[in-house]
Ligand binder design. Structure first.
Ligand SMILES: [Zn+2]
Length: 102
């Protein structure tokens, strides 16, 4: 994040927009419904659409976890190996016993 980005995220106007977005979304993550660690995500990135930076239609409330997933997806980053391994392990545990022993 450049100097302009830092100024943006510490501006009073962003504070206000962020609050309005969270209030609209009932102070819950729009993805998973979590009410903790909430952040406000720009649907179109500030860099790509600076004119929409404070537009409520361009903002959505996400918890930190969903925000990270969203950001990764945006950047075209593949999920990292540790995350994939963890997910596979969880899937494995979720499967019925009979299937696992086969
Ligand atoms: Zn979430």
């Amino acid at each position: 994040m450049g100097v302009a980005g830092r100024a943006f995220y510490s501006s009073k106007r962003w504070d206000r927009a962020r609050f309005l977005a969270k209030r609209r979304d009932n102070f819950a993550c729009v993805q998973c419904g979590s009410r903790s660690k909430l952040e406000v995500h720009h649907v179109k990135r500030v860099r790509d659409a600076p004119e929409l930076a404070f537009d409520l239609f361009n903002l959505k409330t996400l918890c930190r976890d969903c925000h990270a997933v969203e950001t990764d997806r945006e950047l075209g980053r593949a999920p990292n190996a540790a995350q994939t391994a963890w997910r596979n392990a969880v899937d494995e545990l979720a499967r019925p016993q009979t299937e696992r022993t086969r």
